[in-house]
Each structure stands twice: as structure tokens, then as C-alpha cells.
Ligand binder design. Sequence first.
Ligand SMILES: Cc1cc2nc3c(=O)[nH]c(=O)nc-3n(C[C@H](O)[C@H](O)[C@H](O)COP(=O)(O)OP(=O)(O)OC[C@H]3O[C@@H](n4cnc5c(N)ncnc54)[C@H](O)[C@@H]3O)c2cc1C
Ligand code: SF4
Length: 315
Amino acid sequence: MSRRLPRKDVVIVGFGWTGAIMANELTDEGLEVIAFERGPWRDAPTDFPPGYMQDELRYRIRHELFLRPDQLTFTFRNKMDQTALPIRSWGAFMPPNGVGGGGVHWNAEMWRFLPSDFVLKTHLTERYGAAFLPPDMTIQDWGVTYDELEPHYDRFEYLCGTSGTAGNLSGKIMDGGNPFEGPRSRPYPTPAQAQPFSHTLFGKAARELGYKPFPQPSGNLSQAYTNPLGMRLGPCTYCGFCEWFGCGNYSKASPQTTILPHLIRKSNFSLRDNSEVVRINVDLILLDITADGCDLRHAGNRIELIANKPILDRA
Ligand SMILES: Cc1cc2nc3c(=O)[nH]c(=O)nc-3n(C[C@H](O)[C@H](O)[C@H](O)COP(=O)(O)OP(=O)(O)OC[C@H]3O[C@@H](n4cnc5c(N)ncnc54)[C@H](O)[C@@H]3O)c2cc1C
Ligand code: SF4
């Protein structure tokens, strides 16, 4: 049986980094926001308590944090003349499932794209000549530049407390950082993580050969940090269980550690976990009835989301 839920200004489907950031921004604007997440609720201290040994069988082998292929999967084929078949076990492609999305089990390597990545077609043509790119190659410039995105990179890095050594501060090349990166408007919020013996030795050898090694920027924090939303993160203990695992230590930046405790206190935000959006109906009759907003019908843990056109346009 379906149940009609109260009307909202914005519906967010999926609650990973993107959903969490959008929800925080839109609720700040005063909008009523609801997020639907197909997977379960997850919180840092209760789901990944640091007092427990990390469970490798559960997370590494049985893929607890990922979508179960028997729940939902994708079809795949190697060649056009093959019949696409359902993927039954994940390889390198690991779709997430649950509050926090991929931000729970990521490594938190915090790279920015290079300025040339945003203008790849122009860059390659200028560098190698107009004949370099074959006519059927679809490479394009992005239409947005590194300089336009820099304030957003900066904001995300400060949200996460990113640890690193700047290589290019407002155009000035800095010793110890990545000399090839685009100009950043300020240093990383926290210093780079301490380098283990192997990395230190490798860095020394590389420097002696004239290369410019630098520590990888990370959302695994080198020291305690309070982010602009007031969330407090702790220094990484180098436990080694980052990728495919959650961090209960509040040391790895994730939606749970950097946004959710702040967002969940807002009265204009709500989240429904274990709720998969299975269909979005654009109901043109509804368009006449409601100038904005949307109606939701909720049956068990399956959602039929009936949104009018303006909402979809704004999403
Ligand atoms: C193992 C791994 C390691 C990674 N490490 C790094 C790294 O170190 N650095 C880096 O920059 N990137 C890394 N990435 C990539 C990065 O984690 C993702 O690009 C990022 O988290 C994507 O965030 P998102 O919010 O856009 O999407 P997602 O995290 O995919 O969130 C989408 C959410 O929507 C939910 N959902 C989907 N469909 C529905 C539906 N119909 N109804 C309801 N909910 C739905 C999903 O369950 C999910 O929670 C890694 C990815 C993986 C898999
Ligand atoms: S303590 Fe450090 S290494 Fe361990 S999961 Fe957290 S961020 Fe990753």
C-alpha cells in the first residue's frame, strides 16, 4: 500500500558525498530537503568502533559496504556482438550502498585535476598540432576551467581537513610539494602525513636523481582538525584499513565525519535509508495542481517518486 509523504522543496536520490554536500547547501538556503538512500544507515562510531579489530572477512571478502549483486547489478559485455550479462561479482568497479556512499570506503586520496585536464583538446592541439587528434576522437574542453573550480576544491579540502604540502601557492612554486599542480589559493589545512621509512627512502633516491617527489594529499588526517562546520576529526593512527573499510576514528574524511552530524540537526532536513527510488514519474497533470514541490508515495522500502517538472529541472 502506498502512502503519501509531505511535500518537499528538494528530493535527493542517494546520499554519498554529492548528496550530503547538496543537502547541506540547500538546507542552508532555507529549502526543505529529503534524501533517499537505498542502503542502510551508517554512522562512524557505532558502525566502525575503533575498539574492535577490523573485520576483514566482512568488509574485504564479503564486501559489506558495497551493493550486493543479488540486490541489484549491471549488465556488461566486452564486444558489441555479445549479449550483455549481469555482473555477479565485483572487480575494480565497486558500487556503494548505504549512507555516506563511496565516501565511507574510499581511500581519501585528495587529488585536484591539473589545469590542462580542463582544456584537454586545446592543450593537446597546441602541444602536438592540429593533426594529432583523430577526427572521430571525442575529447573536448570541459567548458569550466581550473581557476573557476579552484575555490570549490579549496572549500572541499578545508571541509575534509586535507593533509598535504602545497606545491604551487598563488603561482609560487613551493619546495616539497607537487610543482606541476595548478595554483592553490592557500596551503592545505593540515600538514602532510608523516612518511614511513620506505617512502622516505624512495623520496631521497628520487630527489638525488633530480625528480621532485611529494607526499600524496590525503583526507586521512595528520593531526586533529575542526572543520568549518564544527566537525572535529582526529589524527590517523595508520591502522591500514582504509579502502573498503569505514574509519571509526574520525580520521578519514567522509560524509559521516565532516557533514552529517551538522546536517542531521537541521529541522529542514530528513533522510530515509533502506529506501530505493525505483521510478521517477513526471506527472504533467500534477504540474497544473502544484506550482512547485513534489509528491512522494512510499510503499514499504520502495519509493515511487512523483515529482513535477520544475523540481526535476532544479535537481
Ligand atoms: C574502493 C574505492 C576507493 C576510492 N578511493 C578514492 C580516493 O581515494 N580518492 C577519490 O578522489 N575518489 C575515490 N573513489 C571514488 C569516490 O569514492 C567516488 O567518486 C565518490 O565517493 C562518489 O560520490 P557520489 O556521492 O557522487 O556517489 P556515490 O558515493 O556513489 O553515492 C551515490 C549513493 O546513491 C545511492 N543510490 C544509487 N541509486 C539509488 C536509488 N535508485 N535510490 C536510492 N539511493 C540510490 C547509493 O547507494 C550511494 O550511496 C573511490 C571509489 C571506490 C569504489
Ligand atoms: S585510522 Fe587512518 S588508516 Fe585507519 S581507517 Fe582511519 S584514516 Fe584510514
